[in-house]
Design a protein around this ligand. Structure first.
Ligand SMILES: *Cc1c(COP(=O)(O)O)cnc(C)c1O
Length: 416
């Protein structure tokens, strides 16, 4: 069993709440940098390797800035995400634009920034040409379709709206070559939150094989393969975390076998992880404001599903620590539901969770909320988004996004 630790204690957080009312997100810069470095170090064997942080997982520009100093690029899929990168100074081929069902304005902005454009459909080549003109470099997203070997693990890519079929991939590269495009990349992403390392070997193998076949059949050189995101996080303490070093070694073995042995030209490996890079660095801090005993015992906190949607939306597990009452420290344990205040019964951070006995005023830390946490927040029921704080490497805390006020809620209206 892996235990879940936190880089702060109750006293530290109590002090913070005097300045910043709960709920808020608290990010740990050290953890974020450690993950970014582990990624690049693990793939150091591949000349030109780059991890493009999936901005959708956490679009806070201060965090993007930190990741930029760790030489990560950014993976974008919307106009505002592109603007964020521009503001932070992430430009050109440090941006991967992996979008789908893309509006013309977004292609135009991506082209203007010199981003690597990763097309999600065969028709997007003409669409891009018409609206923005073609760049020198183009990438296509491959949907492998039926994958009998691993379908039980990842679901059926035939049901996924993304990417080109295998036949279309060949057609796409042939057309791109004919249109005078000079540089080419290949992308795929078929799974999410994957903790089985063999899955990444399998993905790399199939993409390396396809890249070689494209080169032979179309007579072009594939400059990079983008393995997408999907690197999993062990949200439950009993899960085994993904060993990034091991994953990179497995991909290295396939690379030596399929690329180095046949093709003297180097092939760059790119990734687009959001979750693995950022999840563990973020914690949602919330205070217990009510307890309610009916058919079950409910612990009511001041955060709700509008601040962290994953548990309510997917039944996702997020570990919860009652600050100051560490597990196995002899506190009596009780089984509770931890709930927010939305008028939706799915607004629960935990169901039937065994936790040290909770009292009003206790502070709960909801772990691994740094990716797809704040980012998926919403204002349903008039719930306003909370603040984001950064625990910096020097031990001090800085607010990196203020909490919303009712003025923000009314900002888009013309209320007299
Ligand atoms: C969501 C997404 C990612 C990031 O996924 P994680 O699970 O956060 O690693 C990367 N690429 C694309 C195209 C995505 O849609």
């Amino acid at each position: 069993m892996y235990s879940k630790t936190l880089p702060f204690d109750r006293e530290f957080v109590e002090k913070l709440t005097e300045q910043f009312p709960t709920p808020f997100y608290l990010y740990d810069e050290k953890t974020l940098r450690r993950h970014a470095r582990l990624f690049t170090e693990s793939f150091a064997w591949n000349i030109g390797f780059k991890e493009f942080f999936a901005v959708k997982a956490n679009p806070n520009p201060e965090l993007l800035q930190i990741l930029k100093t760790e030489s990560l690029g950014a993976d974008c899929s919307s106009f505002p995400e592109l603007l964020l990168c521009e503001r932070v100074g992430i430009n050109g081929e440090d941006i991967m634009f992996t979008s789908n069902n893309t509006p013309a304005t977004e292609f135009i902005k991506a082209k203007e920034l010199g981003a690597i454009i990763n097309l999600d459909d065969l028709t997007h080549l003409e669409f891009l040409d018409y609206h923005a003109g073609l760049p020198d470099l183009i990438s296509f997203r491959w949907n492998p379709g039926a994958l009998r070997d691993i379908e039980s693990v990842i679901g059926n890519p035939v049901e996924a709206k993304y990417g080109l079929t295998t036949n279309q991939i060949f057609e796409g590269f042939a057309l791109a070559k004919q249109k005078g495009i000079k540089r080419f990349g290949l992308h795929t992403m078929v799974a999410s939150n994957m903790l089985q390392d063999e899955f990444f070997r399998y993905t790399a193998k199939t993409v390396f094989e396809l890249a070689s076949e494209i080169e032979q059949r179309i007579g072009i050189r594939v400059e990079f393969v983008n393995l997408g995101g999907g690197f999993g996080v062990a949200y439950r303490p009993e899960q085994t975390p993904l060993n990034m070093k091991r994953v990179a070694e497995m991909i290295h073995e396939e690379y030596d076998r399929l690329i180095t042995a046949n093709n003297p030209a180097p092939l760059k490996i790119f990734t687009e992880s959001g979750r693995w890079v950022a999840a563990e660095s973020g914690t949602l801090i919330t205070r217990v404001i009510h307890e309610k005993n009916i058919y079950k015992r409910y612990i009511g906190v001041d955060a709700c599903m509008a601040h962290l949607m994953r548990p309510g939306m997917y039944g996702a597990y997020h570990h919860i620590t009652v600050l100051g009452k560490s597990e196995n420290s002899g506190f009596p344990v009780e089984t509770v539901d931890v709930v927010g205040s939305l008028c939706e019964n799915c607004d629960k951070f935990a169901v039937d969770r065994a936790l040290p006995k909770i009292e009003l005023g206790d502070i709960l830390a909801i772990h691994d909320a740094g990716a797809h946490g704040y980012a998926m927040g919403f204002q349903y029921n008039g719930k306003l988004r909370c603040a984001e704080l950064l625990l910096q490497e020097n031990g001090t805390v800085r607010m990196i996004r203020r909490a919303e006020t009712p003025d923000d809620y009314f900002a888009t209206l013309n209320l007299k």
